[in-house]
Design a protein around this ligand. Structure first.
Ligand code: HPA
Length: 232
């Protein structure tokens, strides 16, 4: 048992899929995992372990933002022995050629958060995906006929930015999209020597002011979940 995850050691697989929304964790468990067993409901942050094509896999929500995400990732790694963490989430596109539903594999994650600024005493650590997972995901996407974009993203502490044009600074440097968790995931995974990757679906465009409806988000989510499961 850890503070925020009410499971016993051994109840969680070495590969863990991490959607932000706990109901999406339940959806993955119900839709894809054989013999899924609920291992956590503390704070409603549902987590399940089951098997997918013979591999043991867990899936658990992490909430929104780097502080919440960090708590669960820390406990999954240090209390439960997670070795391969795959975030599946949504993002807002910053580049004009990115369309709603496009898939992004986050090679690196910039951030506007003070978490790493404090951790590295003002110096600039570069949170980076584990290359083996990244290249496996790229190959698996290509096999499915999905042209996934690979590049840098921004992990932001703010969803409702007062300045709607603030993203342009990042966009000028080729950053593809904004979400709120990956810089923390990659940093904690690097420190612990475990594998991490973030797969994102473009759910809105900061460039064009478009957004997917919730029904459309569900469909895009399945494609991403299947890609993540294929890495287990
Ligand atoms: N900002 C931050 N996180 C997000 C966004 C966004 O615009 N869209 C989806 N996740």
């Amino acid at each position: 048992m850890s503070v925020h995850i009410g499971a016993e050691r051994g109840e969680i697989a070495e590969t863990v899929l991490l959607p932000g929304d706990p109901r999406r964790a339940r959806f993955v468990a119900e839709e894809y995992l054989e013999g899924a067993v609920l291992f956590n409901e503390v704070r409603g942050m549902l987590g399940y372990t089951g098997s997918w094509r013979g591999s043991r896999v867990s899936v658990m929500g992490t909430g929104m933002g780097m502080p919440s995400h960090s708590i669960y990732v820390h406990e999954l790694i240090h209390e439960f022995g997670a070795k391969r963490l795959i975030r599946i989430g949504s993002c807002g596109a910053m580049q004009p050629e990115l369309q709603l539903h496009d898939l992004i594999l986050a090679m690196s994650a910039c951030f506007d958060s003070s978490l790493n600024t404090l951790r590295f005493q003002g110096m600039g650590f570069a949170p980076t995906a584990e290359y083996g997972l990244l290249s496996a995901a790229h190959a698996a996407a290509a096999e499915r006929g999905i042209a996934a974009r690979v590049g840098s993203i921004l992990s932001s502490d703010e969803f409702y930015n007062e300045d709607p044009e603030a993203y342009r600074l990042w966009a000028k440097y080729g950053v593809l999209a904004v979400e709120m968790e990956t810089a923390a995931l990659y940093t904690l995974a690097a420190r612990a020597g475990v594998q991490a990757l973030t797969i994102l679906t473009v759910s809105d465009s900061l460039v064009r002011g478009e957004a997917l409806s919730s029904a459309e988000r569900e469909r895009g989510f399945s494609r991403m979940a299947e890609l993540a499961l294929s890495l287990a």
